[in-house]
Design a protein around this ligand. Structure first.
Ligand code: SIN
Length: 563
């Protein structure tokens, strides 16, 4: 275990619990509710408000074999195809077989899904699905409804929650087993500044890392904090090179940065067409499912057409829906487009791909255990093996739900005893030097240029050099008399996390010398099944260098069990 940590003050306060859940999306709150229901003293820590985070932005829905004639086996087949040869079949089987009941339990918890006239759950289609199997709520506000129901349940259960809290590092006991987290709480409340929640089980459910790119559908809190924490704690991460770019994000100008409005794939599921400026449907003939091909294929199709035409975006044409359907089925998207001066009822919507989802993350087994004893991960921060090289649309809320329940069951069964965190080393070699908050834009531009939709050996090498220069600068500043060293604070910790996950992502993307799933190498345009059917597992060496290891096969290697 490397045991390196962010430069931060020592915790000034501490509370004790059986479990600390970090994050408040579908995965985090489901894990917390189930742990609490099992009688475990559970604390939820979240970076902003409970309702912030990625779940509430999810539009399309949650995929599960709930429709007549649909089966988990068919859902499995579609997931494996999207995952381009790298899914862990056992993990996918777990997802698709446990998924339908997990959705029904979510309904029991209080989530209201849209229904048909006969009262059944209404199901739509999205890319890569051969059937209508996406349950949705409020038309295109599925995540918001799930978040509302879970937050309400957490409040009713009176769980101990700490909001506006950025998690810093894992605490471990003398044996290297999980003993809690250090965190920084911003603002008023009973806890303030850097403190600790001491607990023998930590569940990371911190969401994604879309903010490593300039334009993303992710909210500003998605800075890869969980992956960075896990790496510093010595955990393995996997498949980080597979960043999913959502094909249809509202195009607000080439310079528009930060969170961009999503135009759900469900709009295409209901019959919208992708067209170029001449009105030509360019996805026809590229895939049997045309606009509803798996997401990577559509993102590539759009990007290729943009290059051919020398334009910065394509169009999504759904004028034929008419005003009533737009208002009833896609009210969120309609409002977002109109707020930017575009009326989808009367004009095609300008769209372009943007970073959307990390298919990889902290490596776990089917119980959500990571390679660090007592540390669990679920939701976007985790890599369970379900997504392989490309996540199938609307499998993410389901994955968060199913694996959060499994984690809670595992903790409830193991019930590890509480232990004391070991004294943290103050040795300069163990402290990660902080980056100035201004480096955020530089990292995002480097990543967008070098490791975006289109990658090559050259673009990745340039990105790696630029990121290493930032890393060296921070280390050199920290080694001087401290005059230039960055003062610890939320912005500095976040940007330091962004740099770490970017360096690891670029190292993995450089090592994967083929095009597969959502990893598109211009210089290696083909999938190479003879040499590419492996996972890239990365950990951080004590000198903070990413060490990339190729697994023997596409099967996910076992995770060392937690005790
Ligand atoms: C969408 O609604 O297009 C997003 C769904 C997803 O990311 O799975």
């Amino acid at each position: 275990m490397t045991g390196i940590r962010l430069t931060a003050p020592a915790p000034g306060w501490a509370i004790d619990a059986d479990v600390v859940v970090v994050g408040s999306g579908v995965a985090g709150l489901t894990a917390a509710l189930r742990c609490a229901a099992a009688g475990l003293d559970t604390v939820v820590v979240t970076k902003a408000r409970l309702e912030a985070g990625s779940t509430r932005w999810a539009q399309g829905g949650i995929a599960a074999a709930l429709g007549e004639g649909d089966t988990p086996e068919q859902h499995l087949d579609d997931t494996l195809v999207a995952g381009a040869g790298l899914c862990d079949e056992e993990a996918v089987r777990t997802l698709v077989t446990e998924g339908p009941d997990a959705v029904r339990r979510l309904i029991t918890t209080g989530a209201h899904f849209d229904t048909t006239d006969s009262g059944d759950i209404a199901l739509t289609r999205e890319g890569g699905h051969h059937r209508r199997r996406i349950a949705h709520a409020g038309g295109d506000a599925t995540g918001a409804e799930i978040s509302r129901a879970l937050v309400e349940a957490v409040r009713e259960a009176a769980l101990h929650t700490i909001e506006n809290a950025l998690v810093l590092d894992l605490l471990t006991d003398a044996e290297g087993r999980t003993a809690g987290v250090s965190l920084h709480v911003m603002g008023e409340g009973q806890h303030d500044g850097v403190g600790a929640v001491r607990a023998p089980s930590v569940v990371l459910a911190t969401g994604g890392m879309g903010q490593v790119f300039s334009a993303t559908t992710n909210p500003s809190v998605s800075t890869g904090d969980g992956v960075a924490l896990a790496l510093r704690a010595g955990a393995e991460v996997s498949d980080l090179e597979f960043v999913q770019f959502h094909p249809t994000v509202l195009f607000l100008g080439a310079d528009s940065e930060g969170q961009q409005p999503l135009v759900s794939e469900a709009v295409r599921g209901e019959g919208a067409h992708l067209v170029d400026a001449d009105g030509v449907r360019f996805m026809l003939g590229q895939h049997e499912l045309a606009e509803l091909a798996p997401r990577d294929i559509v993102a590539k199709g759009i990007t290729r057409r943009m290059h051919e035409k020398g334009t910065e975006h394509m169009y999504l044409d759904a004028r034929h829906f008419g005003a009533a359907m737009w208002e009833q089925r896609f009210p969120t998207i309609l409002a977002a487009c109109r707020s930017h001066g575009i009326d989808p009822v009367t004009e095609p919507i300008p769209v372009a791909p943007a970073a959307h989802y990390a298919s990889g993350g902290v490596r776990t087994d089917l119980r959500g255990r990571t390679t660090v004893p007592g540390l669990y991960a679920c939701g976007e921060v985790a890599c369970t093996g379900v997504h392989g090289a490309n996540r199938l649309a609307s499998n993410s809320l389901l994955e968060g739900l199913v694996f959060a329940e499994r984690i809670a069951a595992d903790i409830a069964e193991v019930r590890p005893p509480r232990t004391e965190p070991a004294e943290a080393s103050r040795d300069a070699d163990d402290l990660v030097p902080l980056l100035a908050p201004e480096a955020r834009t530089a990292i995002q531009r480097t990543m967008t240029r070098g490791a975006g939709v289109l990658r090559s050996a050259d673009s990745l090498a340039t990105a790696a050099e630029e990121l290493e220069a930032l890393h060296r600068e921070a280390a050199a500043d920290a080694e001087t008399d401290g005059a230039k060293a960055v003062v610890p604070g939320v912005d500095a910790w976040e940007v330091t996390n962004l740099l770490l996950v970017s360096r690891v992502l670029v190292a993995a993307a450089g090592d994967r010398e083929e095009t597969r799933g959502c990893h598109w190498r211009e210089d290696r345009p083909d999938r190479d099944d003879a040499h590419g059917r492996h996972h890239l597992v990365v950990r951080i060496a004590p000198d903070r260098t990413p060490v990339v290891h190729r697994t023997e096969t596409a099967a996910f290697p076992p995770v060392r069990p937690s005790d």
